[in-house]
Ligand binder design. Structure first.
Ligand SMILES: [Zn+2]
Ligand SMILES: [Zn+2]
Ligand SMILES: [Zn+2]
Ligand SMILES: [Zn+2]
Length: 765
């Protein structure tokens, strides 16, 4: 029997949502079966009993067996919101329409739908408002969820009570649906507190991955050897390592990614002694003069982070305390800290002390004491947003308050870039930093950007190809940050022209990530111009969609959209996209090269006119087969179409100043001869390409330059026939049109240290 009628436990809620994630069924599919399909026999005038409900769940969640307690507690929670008369007249049944209404709200996936779902669940008399006894039940449920999340609940009840008072916007003594939804979107993380959003429950759970070990390793649970070359499971976050068969009995993961109590975040407790629980992760200095204070001014005291030791995992084999070898004699030996990554002898533990400074990467790390549940923070913060700017995206449950003078790194990894390299990089960063700083781009960048929005001085690291970088820059641009964070690049895969120009290399090949993070620390901000490409079709010929409206790297028309090469690059870059659509497109384009590119692009000037900053560019003396517009001095994976410049010392803009080439528009060949490309001068370099052979030589690095035509800040192309084009390496066929390229804005990027600079830090192996 459900002990508390109408309340679904957080565990059940989490389980239900997991099932829903895996199921492909929609409520409407199942509803049909009950209304006039196979399941009709369980349904009488919109009413089903327990057995019918069980069938409903099985079909809806696509499982053979629904856990009994889940089915039971769901049934009774629906039953609790039934009218008394109904129970009297029909017995223990529930309304099918209620069930489907609730579930379809939950499957809607939008935060406001989910908020409505919870509202309906707790509005037990279904009068459209939550009265005081219903609100009491909600608070009760929130506390159960907080317990489930391991939060310190002793401090939560008064906060929740006050919060529920705030939700009653018009002070009527009861909460309407509108007030509820507004609160969920502006002030209170209702979805988390009611267990609908369970993303916070990751703490304490190991992130296993299968691993083979090149040296003897011992199981953290049974302490027996995991044979050399045999496979075991290793937690990605804490390096706790076990036999496959020991994983079920493993101790919980020691990596706690956020603080769960006020004292863990340095808020001194108004009533000392009310925290019976000991948090092993963070010990906090509480000043002795602490006394009860009004709620609105919670004092913050210095946060002190403790080491979190896990046995074994001493990969370096040397003790960071005494510098002697850590010998592994037939047993689990040594300790490593999951935050600062110190590796020490068991005997050196005393000497090391308890305080953890997060080690050499502290500038990038968000220690758990810097992330905490918003509801546990001081009251004024919950008023951060006003009802007027309610975007209904629901606020983050967690809040970041970084260690002062650090630059928390927000990492995005495209796991599909660079073969398996992407996945490996993701794992490594999850270990090196707080896993809450590292985002897999298969879920998009929005969540990470939102979470970091108000963090002062944060930096972004994008791990992927140029396409991924362009995507993140566009997302950052759209996010309208108060201060735009600078972006560093860890290039994965091939191509990577932008990363190359920013000195992050041509492609990651397993180098020391610790060193790369140290390089980011010393990197400097440069601004990258971004350009807007507007295409207006002439006539009504069909055309491929334009792959992007923004140019970060380069744009070209004609022979340079050299198709066979693109085919090659694309196959390396997006092997998974090489099924139907992309494949067809590229095969088609490859055709175009081999058979018709010569005739398509021959005498390009006859089907194309160019205007720079409003003036026509004279192409009559040239026989061009392609024109390229460059924002950065690298294309096609390292060719420089502008050509080398014997450049004097100094920064680019002062060189150009000295050479007299700072004009908005330059066409004089003598000035162009010495002009240096610059990614932040709000100008583009325009280059002509004389033929396919020349282009071939440029690709194969036999030749490094085209024919310099101009430098300018605005370009218009008009074409009279379909021509191959490409933008940042993405090719397409474009019907006759007008193309206008104008300056959009600049984004701050991080430029790696000069190649010869000697700043190696041997912290990492
Ligand atoms: Zn773990
Ligand atoms: Zn074992
Ligand atoms: Zn430590
Ligand atoms: Zn030692």
């Amino acid at each position: 029997m459900a002990k508390e009628k109408g309340l679904i436990s957080p565990e059940d809620f989490a389980q239900l949502q997991q099932y829903m994630e895996y199921s492909t069924k929609k409520v409407s599919d199942v509803l049909k079966l009950f209304e006039d399909g196979d399941m009709n026999r369980f349904c009488q005038e919109d009413v089903i009993g327990y057995v019918g409900f069980e069938h409903f769940l099985k079909l809806y969640l696509e499982v053979d067996e629904v856990p009994h307690h889940l089915c039971w507690s769901l049934f009774w929670s629906f039953h609790a919101s039934q009218s008394l008369e109904m129970t009297k007249s029909r017995g223990n049944v529930i309304c099918l329409s209620d069930v489907s209404c609730y579930f379809s709200l939950l499957e809607g996936g939008r935060p406001e739908d989910k908020l409505e779902f919870t509202f309906k669940l707790y509005d037990s008399d279904r009068n459209g408002i939550l009265d005081s006894s219903e609100v009491e039940r909600i608070i009760h449920q929130m506390i159960r969820v907080a317990e489930y999340l391991d939060w310190d609940v002793s401090e939560l009840r008064p906060i929740l009570q006050e919060m529920m008072k705030e939700i009653d916007y018009d002070g009527s003594g009861s909460v309407s649906l509108a007030e509820w939804v507004r609160a969920g979107a502006t002030t209170v993380p209702l979805l988390v507190l009611l267990g609908v959003d369970m993303t916070l429950k990751d703490d304490g759970v190991h992130m296993w991955r299968p691993k083979r070990f090149p040296r003897p390793v011992y199981c953290n649970l049974c302490e027996l050897s995991i044979g050399l070359g045999k496979q075991g499971l290793s937690c990605n976050l804490c390096k706790y390592t076990v036999h496959d068969h020991c994983a079920m009995k493993a101790q919980p993961c020691e990596v706690s990614t956020y603080a769960k109590s006020r004292k863990d975040i340095g808020v001194s407790d108004p009533t000392p002694g009310s925290f019976p629980r000991c948090q092993p992760l963070v010990s906090v200095f509480i000043p002795s003069h602490t006394r009860p204070l009004p709620d609105k001014a919670l004092p913050f005291s210095p946060k002190v982070q403790s080491h979190v030791w896990v046995r074994g995992g001493c990969d370096s084999g040397r003790c960071d305390r005494c510098q002697k070898k850590i010998r592994i004699y037939h047993s689990l030996t040594g300790l490593h800290c999951v935050w600062c990554h110190l590796e020490i002898h068991d005997d050196c533990l005393q000497a090391v002390g308890t305080e953890c400074d997060c080690g050499p990467l502290r500038d990038h790390i968000l220690p758990p004491s810097s992330i905490y549940p918003r509801v546990l923070a001081s009251v004024p913060d919950r008023k951060l947003k006003t009802a007027d700017d309610a975007s209904l995206s629901t606020i983050d449950a967690l809040r970041i308050d970084p260690v002062s003078n650090t630059h928390p790194l927000l990492v995005f990894v495209n796991p599909k870039s660079g073969g398996k390299q992407g996945q490996r990089v993701l794992w490594k960063f999850q270990y090196m930093l707080n896993p809450r700083q590292v985002y897999n781009l298969k879920n998009g960048p929005e969540q990470g950007l939102k979470f970091f929005r108000d963090v002062p001085q944060f930096r972004v690291l994008v791990c992927g190809g140029d396409g991924t970088v362009g995507w993140i820059l566009e997302s950052i641009d759209k996010a309208n940050f108060p201060v735009v964070p600078p972006v560093a690049v860890l290039p994965l895969g091939t191509g990577n022209d932008l990363a190359r120009c920013l000195r992050w290399g041509r492609g990651y090949e397993g180098e020391n990530l610790g060193k790369i993070l140290k390089d980011i620390e010393t990197s400097k901000v440069v601004y990258l111009d971004r350009w807007l490409l507007e295409v207006t079709l002439q006539g009504n010929e069909k055309s491929d969609p334009v792959p992007s409206q923004i140019i970060n790297n380069y744009f070209s028309i004609g022979v340079d959209a050299s198709i066979a090469h693109q085919f090659h690059v694309m196959r390396e870059k997006y092997p998974e996209k090489f099924n139907s659509r992309m494949k067809n497109k590229l095969w088609y384009l490859e055709f175009a090269t081999s058979e018709t590119i010569f005739s398509t692009c021959k005498k390009l000037e006859e089907s194309l006119t160019v205007e720079i900053c409003g003036k026509p560019l004279d192409l009559s003396d040239l026989s061009l087969e392609g024109i390229a517009v460059l924002n950065i001095p690298s294309t096609h994976g390292g060719s420089n179409l502008w050509g080398d410049i014997r450049r004097p010392q100094g920064d680019t803009s002062s060189i150009n100043q000295a050479l007299g080439s700072t004009a908005k528009i330059i066409t004089d060949p003598d000035i162009l001869k010495t002009s240096v490309p610059d990614m932040s001068d709000k100008r583009l370099e325009v280059v002509g390409i004389e033929g396919a052979i020349e282009m071939g030589q440029i690709y194969t690095k036999l030749k490094n330059a085209g024919h310099r035509l101009a430098k300018c800040s605005e370009i218009t192309f008009r074409t009279t026939k379909t021509l191959p084009m490409q933008i940042d390496g993405e090719p397409w066929m474009q019907a006759p049109c007008t193309i206008k390229i104008t300056y959009k804005n600049q984004m701050p990027m991080l430029m790696g240290p000069a190649p010869n600079s000697n700043n190696f830090f041997g912290f990492w192996s």
